[in-house]
Ligand binder design. Sequence first.
Ligand SMILES: NC(=O)C1=CN([C@@H]2O[C@H](COP(=O)(O)OP(=O)(O)OC[C@H]3O[C@@H](n4cnc5c(N)ncnc54)[C@H](OP(=O)(O)O)[C@@H]3O)[C@@H](O)[C@H]2O)C=CC1
Length: 280
Amino acid sequence: MINNLQSTTTLSNGVKMPRFGLGVFKVEEGPELVNAVKFAIKYGYRSIDTASIYGNEEGVGQAIREGIGEAGISREDLFVTSKVWNSDLGYESTIEAYETSLKKLGLDYLDLYLIHWPVEGKYKEAWRALETLYKEGRVKAIGVSNFHVHHLEDLMKDAEIKPMINQVEYHPRLTQKEVHTFCQEHGIQLEAWSPLMQGQLLDQPVIQEIGQKYMKSAAQVILRWDLQNGVITIPKSTKEHRIIENASIFDFELTNDEMEQLNNLNQNLRVGPDPDNFDF
Ligand SMILES: NC(=O)C1=CN([C@@H]2O[C@H](COP(=O)(O)OP(=O)(O)OC[C@H]3O[C@@H](n4cnc5c(N)ncnc54)[C@H](OP(=O)(O)O)[C@@H]3O)[C@@H](O)[C@H]2O)C=CC1
């Protein structure tokens, strides 16, 4: 049942991951970051998505420590994700990157560690490192990000363990049908980044009209659509009122017809780079 903010989905290895969380891309270290993560925890979010390249793991860690203290919950109640950056892909270097992320976050394990981008010639060694970390029990789940079907197929040819997650750009303008279907067939959970298309979809008339019926904002309609499509979603906001708004999506249900209308907005349009064509 997707009936509350703490609803989880069970990954292929049995780990439960919240279907909804907070993203913190482009939020620099400082009070705005710490407050955003703390608001989120206070209002019931249980999943936080960061990455070493965001340069904010220390603040996220501080906010987690303070936030769980104030909310009276424990570390185990939270699901924390980070990602290994491109320049650290390699066996030893990925293990070192994991240790550095842990140190910065002040945590002794992550719930999920992802390969951030499928850098050709490098992601397989990095995957071996993630497998080691997983087998040693140092991380609860491992996965990838920005992997097309051909990247997944290539990785899985040599992998001992299948990725549990693929985190990709996903919103009504980019419904990722091919990779979504592939992931469903292989038990890989899809997770949406930039679910709100970084704010660019909020004036879209079809989305707004659906929202009016339920007295919901365009952002809430999109995030509900993610959940009903079985996709984990991690919208970013640093504003307290939007952190609350984005999570207030568990009291309405889109009809099949509305889901279809939203699916039909797809234009294969990206706000981020295509994983087949990036140079960082
Ligand atoms: N794996 C990867 O390669 C990537 C992963 N990600 C992850 O996905 C997360 C989400 O993606 P992100 O790119 O941040 O973009 P989102 O699609 O989540 O959009 C965030 C933007 O929308 C605004 N916003 C949020 N909620 C509302 C609302 N209810 N009404 C109006 N505006 C709103 C925010 O502004 P404000 O803060 O002012 O509210 C911000 O400008 C990231 O933070 C990151 O964790 C993102 C990119 C790449």
